[in-house]
Design a protein around this ligand. Structure first.
Ligand code: FES
Length: 109
């Protein structure tokens, strides 16, 4: 599968269905940025290193995602507005298993 559809609820509550390529080694934060679904400078501040939490999202669908690494877990422990379904979108690689994933962007910090 070359593209997957990702449903993204932006910080204003607007829902977008976007196509994300599975063969470009992209992560979910980069997809959000590439579609400009959050203002420049408010997401991906650390460049995807799990060091800023600006890319936090809530995973609304029941997809089985890659397990959290220690650095993501530690960053979320310090972040604001964290919920049980919080993830750092920069730590989620785009792959075929994500088709129809639904996420919501956490509020800007
Ligand atoms: S972009 Fe900084 S933690 Fe994801």
């Amino acid at each position: 599968m070359q593209n997957v559809t990702i449903h993204i609820i932006d910080r204003e509550g607007k829902k977008h269905a976007v196509l994300a390529p599975t063969d470009m080694a992209m992560n979910l934060m980069e997809v959000v940025r590439s579609y400009e679904l959050a203002p420049e400078g408010t997401i991906g501040i650390c460049g995807g290193m799990a060091m800023c939490a600006s890319c936090q999202c809530y995973v609304n669908s029941a997809h089985k995602l890659n397990a959290m690494e220690d650095d993501e877990d530690a960053m979320l422990a310090e972040a604001f507005n964290v919920k049980d379904n919080s993830r750092l979108s920069c730590q989620i690689s785009i792959s075929g298993v994500l088709n129809d994933l639904e996420i919501e962007l956490a509020p800007e910090v």
